[in-house]
Structure formats: C-alpha cells, structure tokens
Write a new protein. Structure first.
Length: 77
C-alpha cells in the first residue's frame, strides 16, 4: 500500500523515517501534489545500478552491429 503524507509530517521526521522500508517508500506531498520520495538506501542503490545498465544498453543499441557469419567468413576464408 502506498504511503503518502504531507511534507509537514517531517516535523516529526523520526516517525516518518521509521515507515521507510525496502520496497515501501514514503511519498511526500506539498500543497497536495507529489513532491518527494523517501526510499531505502539499498533500494536506491539497486535503482541506480539498473539505470546504469539501461543507459549502457541504449548506448550499445546505437553502436555499430556486426554480423557474426560475415566476420567468421572473412576470418576463415
């Protein structure tokens, strides 16, 4: 279940931080709109690692691709 609280709840930040667990972030609103997300540091590390993989894959998609059979034919002919 989503945990959504107004940012004013940070006055008692220890209470809010106790609610933050892996796979259970706390979302903070400001003036009724989503503004911040508090997440577990382990989950943050996983997110940044996954984002790095996605960025590398996108970069690899743009790089030139080589056909294995054509290269093999050139090497062994």
């Amino acid at each position: 279940m989503l945990q959504i609280q107004p940012v004013s709840e940070l006055r008692n930040y220890n209470k809010v931080l106790k609610q933050v667990k892996k796979d259970s972030p706390v979302f903070l609103t400001k003036n009724g709109y989503g503004k911040f997300a508090l997440i577990d540091i382990e989950q943050y590390d996983e997110f940044t690692a996954a984002l790095e993989i996605v960025n590398r894959l996108k970069k690899a998609e743009k790089a030139p691709h080589y056909d294995y059979d054509k290269i093999k034919g050139k090497l062994f002919s």
